[in-house]
Design a protein around this ligand. Structure first.
Ligand code: NAD
Length: 296
């Protein structure tokens, strides 16, 4: 078997087109444009790239945005003061604090300072908790994007064995919650693996659906998966490559060549999950502007 490609770039383009149309309708109804406030602490090169991609996507769909930069020496008190100012500003619909933060700042503490009604990343405990118990919530963008891909390609999850490698608050945990829910989208039997999992292959080999979000290049190889598996590779890793102008190549967490020989579907890196994450952020920001999740 040679896997069919799950084209995240294409589906993200379709999603952004839908959001652009919805924003147009929203403006035609007499509303102001949605507004996303980004907060960027320090000067991490990868964070700059991600914020750049988010800002461009906002412009493309008609969402207004501003990036507020703070030095990497900013205190937690000062950072939270800025967040509280954005919380109180009615012209701001969504707030995004770009992660990771410098090590002296607790991301839990900072995320909790955001008004959960403006938490378009879906990381606030209120949104995670509401997702868990099936209440309307902002769903974190990468897991929500993965479900959009399943929907677009009519890939069923109901009754399947889904294995998630990685248990972070941003990707692994929320996608496993969504997959495991019996009363909404997932309906899968779900296994979560992490760095303390003994014999990873014993789990990955039985997956019908395998989500890999570990940040470890080539962690999953062809011999670790079964024929026909659906593979979603969330990993984005920079691997040194002198032949490239930038000096690195982007690779996922799976050894693409060997895994795609056995899989039925696979996401490439780049061009798989990454573009979907940004597209779902646009969707969440529009939901925030419309007060769809948390009506006033
Ligand atoms: P993280 O570092 O917060 O968490 C990594 C998880 O993987 C942990 O739970 C850890 O226990 C587990 N892990 C690490 N090594 C493992 C191993 N050998 N076996 C099993 N589990 C192992 O990472 P994160 O923020 O969840 O990101 C994971 C990857 O996904 C990174 O490469 C990141 O760049 C990428 N990412 C991509 C997107 C996107 O939009 N495509 C979004 C977020 C993160």
């Amino acid at each position: 078997m040679s896997a069919k490609i799950i084209d995240g770039k294409k589906v993200a383009g379709i999603t952004r087109d839908e959001v652009r149309q919805d924003v147009e309708d929203w403006l035609d109804a007499g509303n102001r444009p949605p507004f996303l406030q980004v907060l960027l602490v320090g000067n991490d090169p990868a964070s700059n790239v991600y914020v750049g991609a988010k800002t461009r996507a906002c412009k493309e769909v008609g969402i207004e945005t501003d990036t507020h930069r703070l030095p990497d020496t900013v205190s937690a008190k000062e950072l939270k003061k800025t967040i509280h100012r954005f919380n109180d500003d009615d012209s701001i619909d969504g707030i995004l604090v770009q992660l990771p933060l410098p090590s002296h700042l607790s991301s839990h503490d900072v995320i909790e300072a955001i008004d959960h009604k403006k938490d378009v990343d879906g990381f606030h405990p209120m949104n995670v908790g509401r997702l868990t118990v099936g209440q309307p919530s902002f769903r974190s963008c990468t897991p929500a994007g993965i479900f959009e891909l399943f929907k677009y390609y009519s890939i069923p999850t109901k009754g399947k064995h889904a294995v998630v490698v990685g248990a972070s608050n941003i990707v692994g945990r929320p996608i496993s919650i969504m997959l495991s829910k019996e009363d909404s989208e997932g309906k899968a039997t779900t296994t979560i693996c992490h760095k303390y999992t003994k014999d990873l292959t014993a789990h990955t080999i039985s997956a019908d659906i395998l989500i890999v979000a570990a940040g470890q290049p080539n962690l999953v190889k062809g011999e670790m998966v079964k024929e026909g598996v659906v593979v979603v590779d969330v990993g984005i890793n920079r691997v040194a490559d002198e032949t490239k102008e930038k000096g690195y190549t982007l690779v996922g967490d799976c050894h693409f060549e060997s895994v795609q020989e056995k899989a039925s579907w696979i996401t490439p890196v780049p061009g798989g999950v990454g573009p979907m994450t940004v597209a779902m952020l646009m969707k969440n920001t529009l939901l925030a502007a419309k007060r769809s999740i948390y009506p006033e």
